[in-house]
Design a protein around this ligand. Structure first.
Ligand code: AP5
Length: 215
């Protein structure tokens, strides 16, 4: 099964992709996580990526397309994958169509998580994650069960993303509306787009996605 989760920054793509990974045994391909790992490596490429990502702009298409083209050949993708953060431009969507066609397969679901901009700011400004295992949390919507201790791995170290500052979030939202939202009519025209109310609770969003996947 090949699934795209579409939606603005903070819509819950990563949260729901983690659920789908656990529930269906699919690989979770988060381009944001892949790029942040490149930044953390301190390579020359990582330094370049950091300045683009910290500005809230999108990284160039050819680089991301090459990353995904290579990544979907890994063994963990054999059962299928969830794309979280890709495609983000029409050029990326067209390249994905070609990749899947060459691999003799296709896309099965494109799910939009629809959330108003005002709520996204609250979502993003409260977000933090475990520095050890990467589990995602939120100050209000998903706090750790025990204050300061990761529910999953017990670590006491947490981090917040450099691009989650208010001014960068505004630029990321702009990039979404200008460059990524044209993917909605693109997939609608292919009769693939299904929309879920991303403003519902996490569990309700999960249930709505499961219903779509089983239809
Ligand atoms: P990326 O990491 O993909 O960031 P994003 O798309 O901006 O999305 P986020 O990770 O911010 O949000 P999310 O939708 O995953 O929400 P989450 O589940 O965390 O990309 C970062 C940068 O990398 C880009 O700006 C760009 O520079 C570059 N990049 C990446 N991919 C690229 C590409 N393809 N092309 C070019 N450049 C690319 O949820 C947010 C918070 O809300 C969490 O705290 C969560 O706990 C909470 N929450 C989630 N769901 C709910 C709910 N239903 N109710 C209440 N709280 C909720």
């Amino acid at each position: 099964m090949h699934i795209i989760l579409l939606g603005p920054p903070g819509a819950g793509k990563g949260t729901q992709a983690s659920f789908l990974q656990r529930e269906y045994g699919l690989a979770k391909l988060s381009t944001g996580d892949i790029l942040r790992a490149a930044v953390a490596s301190g390579s020359a490429l990582g330094v370049q990526l950091k300045s683009v990502m910290d500005s809230g702009a999108l990284v160039q298409d050819d680089l991301i397309i090459d990353i995904i083209r290579e990544r979907i050949t890994h063994d963990d993708c054999a059962k299928g994958f969830i794309l979280d953060g890709f495609p983000r431009t029409i050029a990326q969507a067209e390249a994905l169509d070609v990749m899947l066609h060459h691999a003799g397969t296709t896309l099965h679901h494109v799910i939009e998580l629809a959330v108003d901009d005002a709520l996204l700011i609250d979502r993003i400004s409260g977000r933090f994650s475990c520095a050890s295992c990467g589990e995602g949390y939120h100050d209000h919507f998903k706090p750790t069960l025990v204050d300061g201790v990761c529910d999953v791995c017990g670590s006491h170290e947490f981090s917040r993303r450099a691009d989650d500052k208010a001014e960068t979030v505004a630029r990321r939202l702009e990039a979404y509306h200008e460059q990524t939202s044209p993917l909605l009519p693109y997939y609608r025209a292919l009769n693939m787009l299904r929309t879920v109310d991303g403003m519902a609770s996490m569990d309700e969003v999960t249930r709505a996605i499961k219903t779509l996947l089983s239809a």
